[in-house]
Write a protein that binds this ligand. Sequence first.
Ligand code: XIL
Length: 323
Amino acid sequence: SKSLKALAKPTGVRVGTAVDTAALADDATYAGAVSAQFNSVTPENVMKWEVVEPERGKLDFTEADKLVAFAKAHKQKVRGHTLVWHSQLPAWLTSGVEDGSIDKKQLRSILKQHIATEMGHFKGDIWAWDVVNEAFNDDGTLRDSLWLRELGPEYIADAFRWAHKADPKAILFYNDYNTEGIGPKSDAVYKLVKELRSEGVPIQGYGVQGHLSTEYGLPTDMQANLHRFAKLGLKTAVTEADVRITFSASDPATPAEVQAQSNGYSYMLQSCLLERSCISFTVWGFTDKYSWIPQVFPGEGQANLYDEDYQPKAAYETVQRDL
Ligand code: XIL
């Protein structure tokens, strides 16, 4: 049967996956599937700040460079992930802010420098960047992060301005979870993006992560949600799709849950395919073998398109059918 990327080609929507670079190096089956099935890749971790600058001023792009080279060799686009986030920050940064050795003014220039350095390093090689990740709470208020506390809400506009200077051709995304459908969180992002656009801030993409669970059902009005951002002039994308299931050895996934998982993938993919602004559909890993879910959501998993033995699951067939 045809690969996902072959099926996706005529749609104009790129089909991507997050890539675990350790698996890419050590597991030939994994690497084979990344190149055979996908025409876009996102580094799952290796472009995050804690990885690229483990010690202050000591930059390490080794792993990320390998992925960019892999992508070039296989004619894949790269989504850069992520520049400004509250999580996976280097210890020197968080502790410096905590003990007062990094003050607000210094922190602002450190962030500006980080964006310039990382985007400068990859300039021309990155299709789209997740510039700001997860800045909102589910109720639509801004997340109480180091960035908000130290720099105020202005940090978001600043980040996009600095990013556009660093790589004017990259598509600059705001990315978040629980924002697939219409609700208080996506309403708040919409309001902010509208303001920023009217002020000329270069924000050019709206990414919905797409981490669903069979326990919570489907998002509401996803296509309409993407469309309202498109009307502001943005591209849109599904950036981290997976649909997790709660299960155990004594209480395995039920047929209804397996069906609901397929429906979750299908709903998100169809919303993207039907919305002209949607440029990519990326899954957050494609095999249960390396999924992040069991570590972060204990008791949950089986969230991906292939099982741990690389057997395609019902969800894979659904994605194939929908493309
Ligand atoms: C996750 C990775 O998958 C894990 O390997 C890591 O330990 C934690 O981060 N939203 C995001 C991603 O934007 O960067 C997160 O990735 C998953 C949630």
